[in-house]
Design a protein around this ligand. Structure first.
Ligand SMILES: Cc1ncc(C[n+]2csc(CCOP(=O)(O)OP(=O)(O)O)c2C)c(N)n1
Ligand SMILES: [Mg+2]
Length: 562
């Protein structure tokens, strides 16, 4: 039958494969190493949108964020050596955040391989510790097989990044091969015996706590989980930057277990008698650097449910380890009969602690950041997406914002700076009808501020906020703790951010006191949507406002005394 199948180049087969697997968008910085793919994408432009970024790291972050927002693999194309090394930050982020993503890299032609020819790197070696799988496609007639495996791997078990190298000469070779079936998501299900054992453990518990995290959640799974919370009355916490898995406004939500955790919640994690950890990895950020939950056998009884079997028993010896996808586990939980009377007061107190912790407090200076975030939580539409990168400014978002549901938060669990701008762009590409706010630090913003040009080029009305304290504040904080009064390498002289935004064709405003923020934000949204262009609001904060609960001077004084 092969004779009836038209002959196509490997590049055309690859693009057909993307279409068959449901890809509607790809991010790239072009390179001569994969011109044949670009050409095949030209023919497929009605089905697959190509978003061209200004830096390969920006493109890779966009693909990663697109994966987060859509729950499907984000697709990125970059060129060899320089493109691949720039893009590696997106692969690292996808790995730590368990985000499905596929990075394609143009590779030197086979005839020059292994000579350290121009921009040559062996990607199998380079990405081996960072990706779920790295391979090089050497034959046109196996392109479908490699892509199918890539999609299955990216989406199954614990999702993550896959890297595929594409030798330039391979891309123009031809083959006549039949189209593949689109990929299926493969996830395990909990056994009845697991659910029975869980039921027994809940029956004995007096101070249980649920910690949610990870990425294989669906809207339905979150709905099932919510029904379970209501039936059982269990307190629900979320792990670092997975705060949108459970409606923060719901009475069962008690806060996030991550950087800058509410001390009362930390104490609750420590003194719980049963931890039901669903989808979270139990990494450094979720365990208070392994102090709230101590390895190897925690004081709390531990039930750990994870989509990746390799995560179970990795650090902690649990009471019950369950390998399951989130939809499968949440569906089973929904049917579990649990009497929650034993922990009613425990949960109510945890919720009261959360409400108390998230009541806006004052910081030094004329701009009150907590009030601004509280204003956003009151005024943003229910489905608005809030993106951010890394820095102490993000502490105000995780503490004072209330995420209403799945895929309203796009933020890196690996604390990777420069994420907020490309993530905002990708979120708006994925969800053009939703309000997208990208909140950045001044250091953070300038790591990928060039992607404002991408937002302008594709007429994306993203609202960028830059929280400017003229320093790499997080590092200054650590510096004052460890080496007080020896400020070095952490001070920044910044451009006029509003002026910079205008140079990109975006609206720009500067906020120097709290009351200016709300009208500036409302103007930004209205103007950006009407003119189909991004907007930027620089918020100048007092450098003393170093965290949500302390000042730089207080940290320095404490360190000098100690
Ligand atoms: C890509 C990357 N480079 C460096 C760091 C180390 N780092 C963590 S936070 C931070 C400073 C953040 O500064 P800014 O964005 O201005 O936020 P602030 O802490 O001042 O609120 C740095 C340099 C990092 N996390 N990621
Ligand atoms: Mg800063």
């Amino acid at each position: 039958m092969a004779g009836t199948i038209p002959s196509r180049t490997a590049a055309q087969i690859l693009v057909d494969s993307l279409r068959i697997h449901g890809v509607d968008t790809a991010f790239c910085v072009p390179g001569e190493s994969y011109l044949a793919v670009l050409d095949a994408l030209y023919d497929a432009r009605g089905a697959i949108r190509l978003i061209v970024a200004r830096q390969d790291g920006g493109a890779a972050y966009m693909a990663e964020a697109y994966g987060k927002v859509t729950g499907k693999p984000g697709i990125c194309f970059v060129t060899r050596g320089p493109g691949a090394t720039n893009a590696s930050i997106g692969v690292h982020t996808a790995q730590q955040d368990s985000t499905p993503m596929i990075l394609f890299i143009g590779q030197v032609p086979g005839e020059f391989a292994d000579r350290e020819s121009f921009q040559e790197i062996d990607y199998r070696l380079m990405f081996a510790p960072m990706a779920k799988w790295v391979a090089q496609i050497d034959r046109a007639d196996r392109v479908h097989e490699y892509l199918s495996h890539a999609f299955h791997l990216a989406m199954s078990g614990r999702p993550g990044p896959v890297v595929l190298a594409l030798p330039e000469d391979m891309l123009t070779q031809t083959a006549s091969i039949p189209d593949p079936a689109s990929y299926q998501v493969v996830q395990a299900s909990p056994a009845d015996a697991d659910m029975a054992k869980l039921s027994g453990l809940l029956g004995e518990a007096k101070r249980p706590l649920v910690i949610l995290g990870g990425t294989v959640w669906t809207r339905e799974a979150c709905g099932d989980l919510r029904a379970f919370a209501e039936n059982s009355g269990l307190p629900i916490a979320c792990s670092f930057r997975f705060q949108d898995l459970f409606d923060n406004r719901d009475d069962h939500y008690v806060g996030d277990v991550g950087i800058g955790i509410n001390p009362r919640l930390a104490e609750r994690v420590r003194t719980a008698d049963l931890l039901l950890v669903i989808g979270a990895r139990l990494g450094e950020m979720t365990t208070g650097a392994y102090t709230l939950v101590e390895p190897p056998r925690p004081r709390q009884k531990l039930v750990h449910v994870h989509a990746g079997a390799e995560e179970l028993g990795r650090v902690y010896q649990g009471e019950l380890l369950i390998n399951s996808g989130m939809p499968q586990f949440a569906a089973a939980l929904k049917n579990l009969k649990v009497n929650g009377s034993a922990w009613k007061a425990w949960r109510e107190q945890a919720r009261a602690d959360y409400l108390e912790w998230t009541r806006p407090n004052a910081n030094p200076g004329r701009v009150q950041l907590a009030e601004i975030v509280a204003w956003l939580r009151e005024h943003l539409p229910e489905d608005a997406i809030v993106a951010n990168g890394a820095g102490n400014f993000a502490g105000w978002i995780s503490r004072f914002y209330r995420y209403p549901g799945l895929r309203t938060q796009v933020a890196p669990t690996n604390g990777s700076m420069g994420y907020g701008v490309p993530a905002g762009v990708a979120a708006k590409v994925a969800c053009p009808d939703r309000v997208v706010v990208s909140i950045n630090g001044d250091g953070d913003f300038l790591m990928n501020g060039q992607e404002l040009a991408t937002a302008a080029q594709y007429e994306l009305p993203v609202i960028f906020v830059v929280v400017n304290n003229s320093m790499y504040g997080t590092i200054r904080m650590h510096q004052e703790r460890e080496y007080p009064a020896r400020v070095y390498g952490t001070t920044l002289r910044n451009p006029d951010f509003a002026g910079l935004a205008r140079a990109y064709g975006a609206n720009g405003e500067t906020v120097e006191e709290t009351a200016q923020f709300a009208p500036a934000f409302e103007r930004a949204v209205k103007e950006a949507e009407a003119a189909r262009r991004p907007a930027l609001i620089e918020v100048r904060i007092d450098p003393q406002a170093i965290t949500t609960s302390t000042t730089l001077d207080a940290i320095r004084a404490r360190s000098l005394k100690g």
